[in-house]
Write a protein that binds this ligand. Sequence first.
Ligand code: XMP
Ligand code: MG
Length: 179
Amino acid sequence: MPSIKILDKEFVPYLSEQTIQEKIAELAIQLNKDYEGKKPLFLSILNGSFLFTADLFKQITIEAEVSFIKLASYKGTSSTGNVITAIGLDINVKDRHIVILEDIIDTGKTLHHYLPQLANMQPASVKIAVLLNKKEALQFPVDIDYSCIDIPNKFVVGYGLDYDGLGRNNKAIYQLKED
Ligand code: XMP
Ligand code: MG
């Protein structure tokens, strides 16, 4: 696979479409088993998770719902920053089994700040499924229940992930080229 250029940066192939799809298929099998009879609500975090969500949800064979929220983080004066809900939940999640779908967990900031808000809505359970897990970058404690692929602490694009808004429309995932 050739490298790609997005704006000023070059990215090298990192995870093939086949690898990504295989991992998602494995996750779907696991979720179909774990959530049988529980009518889970898959809660996808926009924007990055939209392709992951679509490919995973097509392989969910049990009774299930999907919904979307959009979280944005702002760097304030505090070191933790703030996470605001740009598009919120439009359904009642009380007593529902929720599976959060994230494209990538990096510092953990986004989910660490959002999870207490979700807990306030009294769901029956909340678990987190991520496509990519940058384990070494974690700074805010978040328990990941389902993780497809562990990756090193390097910037990646493709398959929903962007560099300055671009690059989401790649079937594979690319890693920032070291100089
Ligand atoms: P935190 O730090 O809150 O980050 O766990 C989660 C969000 O940050 C974005 N992110 C990335 N986006 N390539 C990207 O295109 C990356 O390597 C990367 N690391 C973090 C992403 O939006 C994710 O939801
Ligand atoms: Mg994201």
